[in-house]
Design a protein around this ligand. Structure first.
Ligand code: CP
Length: 296
């Protein structure tokens, strides 16, 4: 999202909308195309929606996970990717625990690479599906205030949404304990708060994030109970919110921690709409890359 322009984003979202408004039947336009899903971290939503998107376009996909690849025998990521490229796939999708892994591959391969989440860095397709969901629910993105709450420091979703939503004219406020907000976050021109109750009334969109315990060598706040008290989104906290606020979460949810079940399943929640939109956003990206090798 750092590198995509506003016109790039608009053309991806326009094509995604077109796919959403057309019947589900797979087209045969891409029947000769092959997509490789290379996932070095667990995933439910991203991997399966890339696979469904590929199938709906009529293309074929293969799935490789860290445990099923020869990287566990000592092969480097670049060698693995070069060997996959030697089989002439049309797109390689990668999720990797190292920030920058998709960028490195894009420098050594000719095959288009899609970043499905890299370390703390970015999760661009998540940001695109989030933008589509916001625009559907609110009719616009420009001028909205988006409040991103939780573990900002370890969140690739937060970073991609900050870059993308700002390009689309939204104002961003991040909220979380000081230890979970990067000290130089102000360089990204966002508002910062350490109290959800203080800022909840300002938001048109509230995006809740999971605490990424797998990316922390030690827990960065005194206790989970305290975290829930100050940063968990409950029905009680929502009483201070705008009447037309929408609640988002990239998943997976930790119910009862960052979000109460009554909120996640309640009338303000668009969490499953995000998942639905993930398929068409990924269809849009894949079809652009399989047609032209670039976003256009
Ligand atoms: N939102 C997201 O990336 O979910 P998964 O980890 O299940 O793909």
């Amino acid at each position: 999202m750092h590198d995509l322009s506003r016109p790039d984003i608009l053309s991806i979202l326009a094509l995604a909308k077109k796919f959403k408004n057309t019947p589900k039947a797979p087209t045969q336009a891409f029947s000769h195309k092959t997509v490789v899903n290379l996932f070095f971290e667990p995933s439910t939503r991203t991997r399966s929606s890339f696979e469904i998107a590929t199938k709906r376009l009529g293309a074929s996909s293969i799935n490789i996970t860290s445990s099923s690849s020869s990287t566990i025998k000592g092969e480097t990521l670049i060698d693995t990717a070069k060997n996959l490229e030697a089989m002439n796939p049309d797109v390689i999708i990668i999720r990797h625990f190292s920030s920058g892994a998709p960028y490195v591959l894009s420098q050594v391969l000719k095959t288009p690479i899609i970043n499905a989440g890299d370390g703390f860095h970015e999760h661009p397709t998540q940001a695109l599906l989030d933008m589509m969901t916001i625009e559907e629910a609110k009719g616009k993105i420009s001028g909205l205030t988006v409040l991103i709450v939780g573990d900002i420091a370890h969140s690739r979703v937060a970073r991609s949404n900050i870059y993308g939503l700002q390009k689309m004219g939204a104002k961003i406020i991040v909220c979380g304990p000081p230890t979970l907000i990067p000290p130089d976050i102000q360089k990204l021109h966002v508002g910062v708060s350490h109290s959800l109750k203080e800022v909840v009334s300002k938001a048109d969109v509230i995006m809740m994030l999971r605490i990424q315990e797998e990316r922390q060598d030690r827990i960065q706040f005194p206790s989970k109970r305290e975290y829930i008290k100050y940063f968990g989104l409950t029905l009680d906290t929502l009483k201070q919110a705008k009447k037309d606020v929408i609640i988002m979460h990239p998943g997976p949810l930790n119910r009862g921690v960052e979000i109460a079940s009554e909120v996640a399943d309640g009338p303000y929640s668009v969490i499953l709409n995000q998942v639905t939109n993930g398929v068409v956003v990924r269809m849009a990206l894949l079809s652009m890359l399989m047609k032209a090798g670039k976003i256009e």
